[in-house]
Design a protein around this ligand. Structure first.
Ligand code: PEP
Ligand code: MN
Length: 368
């Protein structure tokens, strides 16, 4: 990461570049925690070591976290590396145990932020303890719920609070595990400028490949930090294996990130552009799935025609399709020429699939 001149104070830490929080999704064994912490500390790029001790899993029977014993390993990791530690707390018992074992930062997970009762209970248990707290966005795209959770923690007297943007769950297919919806954290930054914003690209992406670009976008949007899940051996991780990186990979990602000195206006423009591009990517993914589904039906029709000895090409049907689709397209402000071209192309592909079926699955060369 290119250093900036800007010296920031984030959550009580004085930094010359954005804050980096890294560590495994879950603490699994003492060796895994210590090994990961050692390798992370060796990169000299990380300020806080994270690990999940109690894991909120979608279905029971999955690895639900190692529990309190893991706090002992975090203590050892801190003693050895000097890195302060952070864990997720979802109830009062978690808060007491984490504080008793000297955890330095607490975070409230996305599945807890959605529930004002749980957040309030955690807030009440924090009265009189000024431990820094990070609050992840709720799983659903509800900005007020996120702000409400921050306010509950503020009202408990906590002064060091950070927001963590980990993306929002959505029924729409997209390249992300949780859609970033950048406009929400940006609006939170506008409404609560004193709250540092930390991006968690790991839970946004759900895979390693997209981590860098999401992290770079966050830095371009002037986020104060990043939280990246890092494991000494990600392929055997007991949770979130696909999205975790090794400390060496983390080092490379952070090294590649450029801290630009662009204006906030440029950043707002970038974020809107990013949102538009996400929507286009999403629609293109849907288009491809729909086309694949359509060709699947063409193949079934092919089978049916074959059984009944009917020819592939039936001109009356084709003329009807062209007319209907062109009218529909023109009504939706597409040019007739464009709609014709698309359907000619779809028709060609469809005939190709049907020919394959007729030829008993023998590969048929596509006609030009
Ligand atoms: C985590 O950080 O491992 C976690 C469970 O995250 P989230 O609450 O964002 O799903
Ligand atoms: Mn995780």
């Amino acid at each position: 990461m290119e250093a900036t001149n800007k010296i920031r104070n984030v959550l009580g830490l004085t930094l010359s570049s954005p804050l980096v929080i890294a560590g495994p999704c879950s603490a699994e064994t003492e060796e895994q925690v210590l090994q990961t912490a050692r390798e992370i500390a060796a990169t000299k790029r990380v300020s806080i070591f994270r690990a999940g001790i109690w894991k909120p899993r979608t279905r029971p029977g999955q690895f639900e976290g190692i529990g309190s014993i893991g706090l002992e390993w975090l203590k050892k990791a801190k003693a050895e590396t000097g890195l302060p530690t952070a864990v997720e707390v979802a109830n009062v018992k978690h808060v007491y145990e984490a504080l008793r074992m000297g955890v330095d930062f607490l975070w409230i997970g996305a599945r807890t932020t959605v529930n004002p009762f749980s957040v309030q209970e955690i807030a009440d248990s924090l009265k009189g303890v000024n431990v820094p707290v990070l609050i992840k966005n709720p799983v659903n795209a509800d900005l007020d719920l996120w702000i409400g959770a921050i306010e509950r923690i503020q009202k408990a007297g906590i002064t060091k609070i950070g927001a963590v943007h980990r993306g929002f769950s959505s029924a729409d297919k997209s390249q992300y595990r949780n859609k970033p919806m950048w406009e929400l954290p940006i609006e939170l930054k506008r409404r609560m400028p004193e709250i540092p914003m930390i991006c968690d690209p790991s839970h946004i992406c759900g895979n390693r490949e997209l981590l860098f670009s999401v992290a770079q976008t966050a830095i371009d949007l002037d986020y104060e930090g990043l939280m990246i899940e890092t494991h000494c051996n990600p392929s055997v991780a007991l949770s979130d294996a696909k999205q975790q990186v090794t400390p060496a990979e983390l080092d490379k990602i952070i090294d590649k990130i450029v801290v630009r000195l662009s204006s906030v206006e440029d950043r707002k423009f970038l974020s809107s552009l990013e949102d538009f591009r996400d929507r286009i990517d999403e629609l293109d993914t849907k288009l491809i799935s729909l086309l694949a589904e359509r060709m699947g039906i063409s193949r079934s029709i092919g089978e049916y025609k074959k059984k009944n000895g009917v020819t592939i090409l039936q001109n009356s049907r084709w003329s009807e399709i062209v007319e209907k689709r062109t009218n529909d397209g023109v009504n939706k402000k597409l040019t007739a020429d464009f709609v014709m071209k698309i359907f000619e192309s779809i028709h060609q592909e469809s005939i190709h699939h049907q020919k394959q079926v007729m030829a008993n699955g023998v590969e048929v060369k596509k006609e030009k």
